[in-house]
Design a protein around this ligand. Structure first.
Ligand SMILES: [Zn+2]
Length: 207
């Protein structure tokens, strides 16, 4: 199963449209999923940027914009940051797929890193800059390692990092790509403020 996952996503092209605007919240999605978020101190994830760094969460979870139930990216995060900002592994894992051939401002395909975790979930770091991936497929990374640099690739309007984690199920495998596998709710153990559900429009610092 694990190897099959790696093979499936090696050649994946990602088109995640973010636009990075503060979006209208889908309160229904929030209400239905609120109990699925764990307490931050029990989270396996850190914010995907450096300790002491602060970035605005411009678009958060459950929006009627691009982080929607329809897109299955309702638990995604868009952190506004300049092109070239170091991206740190939010959680340890093995690099499953990378892409960094595209150029900032292309308004097309994304540069990205996908990291596989031991519980068969996958972290997506998207919109990275050209030649902005510093890890290789198959490499093991530790939480906090620099894995690449943010950028402005993909269908979007402002430089930012899009981050989300998916948990594949049989249905999404049958469709032949991880791109439509469901995202899962996340909190971050080192976020300040230490919200269980991050609020869009707020600036979060990695402690
Ligand atoms: Zn996004």
């Amino acid at each position: 199963m694990y190897h099959r996952i790696l093979i499936v996503i090696i050649s994946l092209l990602i088109l995640i449209s973010c636009n990075s605007t503060t979006a209208k919240i889908d309160e229904n999605c929030m209400m239905q999923n609120a109990s699925r978020f764990i307490e931050p101190e029990n989270s396996l994830y850190n914010l995907p940027f450096g300790i002491g760094e602060s970035y605005e969460l411009r678009q958060g979870n459950c929006t009627f914009h691009t982080h929607s139930v329809e897109n299955k990216t309702e638990f995604a995060f868009d952190f506004i940051m300049d092109i070239g900002t170091p991206i740190h592994a939010a959680r340890s894992g093995q690099v499953a797929a990378i892409e960094d051939r595209f150029f900032d401002g292309n308004n097309g395909e994304d540069n990205y890193i996908i990291i596989a975790h031991e519980d068969k979930t996958f972290s997506y770091y998207v919109h990275l800059t050209n030649a902005g991936v510093t890890v290789e497929v198959g490499e093991f990374v530790n939480q906090g390692d620099v894995i690449g640099y943010s950028g402005d690739t993909g269908m979007k309007a402002i430089p930012h990092l899009h981050f989300h984690v998916i948990k594949p199920n049989e249905e999404c495998f049958q469709n032949g790509t991880l791109g439509i596998c469901p995202s899962i709710p996340l909190s971050f153990k080192n976020a300040s403020p230490n919200d269980k559900i991050l609020n869009q429009g707020l600036i979060y610092t990695a402690l």
